[in-house]
Design a protein. Structure first.
Length: 189
């Protein structure tokens, strides 16, 4: 039994390493530049996702606010639209789940704010609807996706795309993106 586990572990890690080698650093640099510009202009960054991608959105908020700004008074202005359960449930129940993020953006977003959608498949209707709204407002948009990029990749201004049909490795590398961004955007060094 242990040998079977070890073989599965080795297969997973080999696939992860192979996918890491294919990441385009220019995509990460472009995302970082948009976030730095938002920080410098004191614009708000809105981030969202469902399930594991929602957890990544929450983690991004924490790492940009606490991690990247640990030594400074001024923090990134960032809000995770995945974190307010009462509004998500109210909108989901009364309007529809596809509107849980766009309805929050309608309350808070100003032109020039940054909107980030995280969707492993790139096809989450609630993320796509929010990105479409953000584009109408003139907000820079970022898509964090996997698989073939879905509808999200061609819709956004900038993307971080993990080109692999494996949700767990896609989600692993979305978290790697968050940690890289925290390191390279660190203020007050």
């Amino acid at each position: 039994m242990t040998e079977t586990y070890i073989a599965g572990i080795r297969d997973y890690l080999a696939k992860l390493q192979d996918t890491i080698a294919k990441i385009d650093p220019a995509e990460i640099a472009a995302v970082a530049a948009v976030l730095r510009k938002a920080y410098d202009a004191q614009k708000t960054i809105f981030v969202m996702g469902n399930g594991g991608s929602g957890a990544t959105a929450s983690h991004m908020l924490c790492d940009l606010n606490k991690g990247a700004c640990a030594r400074t008074e001024r923090k990134f202005r960032i809000i995770s639209l995945s974190d307010n359960m009462p509004i998500i449930l109210a909108v989901g129940n009364d309007i529809g789940f596809e509107s849980v993020f766009v309805e929050q953006l309608k309350s808070y977003t100003q032109p020039g704010d940054v909107v980030i959608g995280i969707s492993g498949s790139g096809n989450s209707p609630n993320v796509l609807r929010a990105i479409e709204y953000a584009k109408q407002l003139g907000c820079p948009t970022i898509g964090v996706c996997g698989f073939d990029g879905g509808r999200l990749k061609p819709l956004v201004d900038h993307s971080f795309h993990v080109r692999l049909n494996d949700m767990q490795i896609v989600e692993d590398l979305h978290m790697v993106l968050v940690h890289i961004l925290m390191r390279i955007l660190e203020t007050g060094k």
